[in-house]
Design a protein around this ligand. Structure first.
Ligand code: FAD
Ligand code: MG
Length: 342
């Protein structure tokens, strides 16, 4: 973990130095890269204010969200604190902000027939997914045993979660994990910030597998969001051409994984088995007008697979594109308007 962050600190230092305001023409382009929520944040902003504090303010906004609200890795955050209350008969009060998120998560759990489940914290920890990202267990990864997983699954299940107005009753041993929606929630907050900031005329912001587009480029050209090729993540299979405000989220088996005895395990867990989902999908991209929805759906559709996933995404008013393990591409009718293959 330390090595991961040490490497990133160097990379970030270089990138921050490159974070530049270029050209004479208006608006100015400002670029920056940083790490937030254990993943990479890349900002490209177009601004009429040469001294804009927006880049720093957006980083601050996301760090605050992580530290005070969403991170289950920090006992200082609301989710971290709630995870310490499992089994308390009187439950625990939740902020209006988190209450709304939890309600939306429970709704998605229902709509996805249990595929999307924010109560898998214990199972996610058992797989040591953070360790994969940090490269700590590379070469020595031992997957958890079937019995261990079965036991861990007994402390999971959104059906066992009770949210009565602003009180949450977390069963003993259960741990919330908002890893599947945290970046979408964060980008929703960024959009609100940008809308209130008159100096930013356009922006494209990427946080891990989620992207927000906003406003316009000075040259009037559309935003272009590439979709990674799961077989070769340095390449793209195609691009989405977008105008104005959009959220694009991708969940893929190549984002986080570990290998043991020639088997590759990824980080999107099927709540029915406790094992990485195996629905024949290598990557799912969702296009939506809301960050929570795009992020939640990308995870849910990955687990559900093509047919059920397509049905769910379309019923939620989102567009979806699946890349099968065999390389096949399937997309909703509405997605065809925006997609062009590479
Ligand atoms: P997504 O498909 O969007 O989400 C997959 C993640 O959701 C899994 O990693 C797991 O956490 C969870 N999940 C798995 N299966 C399911 C399911 N069936 N239903 C619902 N959720 C499921 N990572 C670090 O390594 N270090 C950190 O310090 C760190 N801090 C974070 C802080 C916050 C506030 C958040 C939200 C995430 C943090 N992460 C951290 C995790 C990381 O940024 C991403 O969550 C992770 O990369 C997965 O994102 P994704 O887009 O690839 O996959
Ligand atoms: Mg997601």
């Amino acid at each position: 973990m330390k090595r991961f962050f040490a490497v990133w600190a160097v990379v970030l230092l270089i990138l921050s130095c490159c974070g530049c305001v270029d050209g004479q023409s208006q608006p100015l382009k400002v670029q920056n890269a940083d790490t937030v929520m254990g993943t990479v944040l890349q900002q490209t902003l177009y601004t009429v204010d040469r001294e804009t504090p927006a880049v720093r303010e957006i980083i601050g906004l996301l760090q605050k969200l992580e530290e005070e609200r969403l991170s289950r890795r920090l006992d200082t955050s609301e989710v971290g604190r709630l995870n310490l209350t499992g089994g308390e008969p009187s439950g625990s009060s939740v902020s209006p902000f988190l209450e709304e998120i939890l309600r939306n998560c429970l709704e998605m759990w229902q709509k996805s027939e249990g595929a999307f489940d924010i109560t898998l914290g214990v199972v996610v920890s058992l797989w040591d997914i953070d360790g994969w990202a940090a490269g700590e267990n590379r070469g020595v990864f031992v997957p958890p045993g079937k019995e261990q997983l079965q036991e861990a699954l007994e402390s999971c299940g959104s059906g066992r979660l009770t949210l009565e107005r602003d009180r949450l009753y977390l069963p003993e041993g259960m741990e919330l994990d908002l890893g599947a929606v945290g970046k979408g929630i964060a980008l929703n907050q960024v959009l609100m910030y940008l809308r209130e900031n008159n100096e930013i005329t356009g922006a494209i912001i990427s946080l891990g597998g989620s992207v927000l587009t906003y406003g316009q480029k000075p040259d009037g050209k559309s935003w272009s969001v590439g979709i990674a090729d799961p077989e070769d993540t340095a390449s793209i299979i195609g691009t989405l051409t977008l105008e104005g405000e959009w959220f694009v989220s991708t969940s893929g088996d190549y984002e986080r994984y570990a290998e043991a005895d020639g088997v590759r395990y990824h980080h999107i867990i099927d709540p029915a088995t406790g094992y990485p989902a195996d629905s024949g999908i290598a990557g799912v991209t969702i296009l939506a007008k809301d960050g929570f929805l795009s992020d939640a759906l990308s995870t849910a559709c990955f687990i559900l697979g093509k047919e059920k996933g397509m049905e769910l995404a379309v019923s939620c008013g989102a567009e979806v594109l699946f890349v099968g393990k065999d390389g096949s591409i399937t997309m909703s009718e509405g997605m065809k308007v925006y997609y062009e293959s590479a």
